[in-house]
Design a binder for this molecule. Structure first.
Ligand code: GLN
Length: 289
């Protein structure tokens, strides 16, 4: 970039081309989102003000974000923000960036919870808190407990709970799965645990390598956390409660099969995501015969 007078239009065109040359998947979109962030404006503003020149400090800050992006740092870590369920969440490299696929987990849980006036919901491995906070926003009478093994993640979740004004209904606790929850029961146990298998962990996209390993790696076959959650869940489940788990592509049937006699659970539903992939497995208590 030379010191010529850069307008919004010119800088977007230049950056798109630069990103394209670096092999980024969505070069124009990335350029726009980063510029919006620097200017503190939305994308409509960019289009309405194409000929607006950038101030030197705006240009400097945009250049910095372009540099980070070509290092394959995800856009959401650069801006510190990701939209999920129409809410804006703070994110940092301590947490997984919420994915659109995970909205299916939230929608499925919401649909099942609706009849209950004031459920208590457990979110295991909460990360940014996107799942539990979206649920609490939609269910004003609900209460949540969210656990994570990472203190740093819990700090981000607390920030998001405050931002969305649910701190009074959400307890955040550091816990390795159910470890800190002995003796408590929940109307819904929800989780998007780490589920990438060891082989796929070796070939992650460059952006995903910037995300926390602890939020991604699910052991050899990607199912370590499902085994642990399904084996223990019945102890923490209210009598009419349910467990809803996000799963990776091709994992739904195996996860459903974990809900056998010994677990005290049975599979009651498998829900597909917008791409037609089986994404959420729902389990309930087996009724004693
Ligand atoms: N959905 C994420 C991905 O594909 C993985 C998240 C997880 O392991 N829970 O990158």
């Amino acid at each position: 970039m030379t010191e010529k007078q850069w307008t919004i239009s010119a800088i977007l065109a230049w950056t798109k081309q630069y990103f394209e040359g670096k092999g980024l998947d969505t070069p124009r979109l990335d350029a726009e989102v980063l510029l919006c962030h620097v200017l503190g404006k939305d994308r409509v503003y960019l289009y309405m003000n194409f000929e607006q020149p950038l101030q030197p400090e705006e240009l400097a800050s945009f250049r910095e974000s372009v540099k980070q992006r070509v290092m394959r740092i995800p856009v959401a870590y650069i801006t510190g923000i990701k939209e999920f369920m129409c809410l804006s969440f703070a994110v940092s490299p301590a947490v997984l960036i919420p994915r659109p696929d995970t909205e299916v987990l939230v929608e499925t849980s919401l649909a099942r919870l609706k009849p209950k006036a004031d459920p208590i919901i457990l979110d295991i491995g909460t990360g940014s808190g996107a799942i539990i906070i979206s649920l609490l926003k939609r269910m004003p009478e609900a209460k949540g407990i969210a656990v994570d093994i990472s203190e740093e993640a819990l700090t981000v979740a607390a920030q998001n709970a405050a931002k969305h004004e649910v701190s009074d209904r959400l307890t955040l606790e550091q816990s390795n799965l159910f470890a800190s929850l002995t003796g408590r029961t929940f109307d819904a146990i929800i989780s998007n645990p780490p589920y990438i298998d060891a082989k796929d962990m070796e070939t992650l996209a460059p952006e995903i390598r910037h995300e926390p390993r602890v939020a991604l790696a699910g052991g050899n076959d990607g199912q370590d956390f499902y085994r642990r959650i399904v084996a223990a869940a019945v102890e923490y489940l209210a009598p009419a409660g349910f467990v809803a788990l996000e799963v990776g592509e091709g994992q739904a049937r195996q996860v459903a099969a974990l809900a056998d006699d010994a677990s005290g659970l049975k599979m009651v539903d498998i829900v597909k995501d917008y791409g037609g992939i089986e994404r959420v497995v729902v389990l309930e208590r087996r009724q004693p015969c």
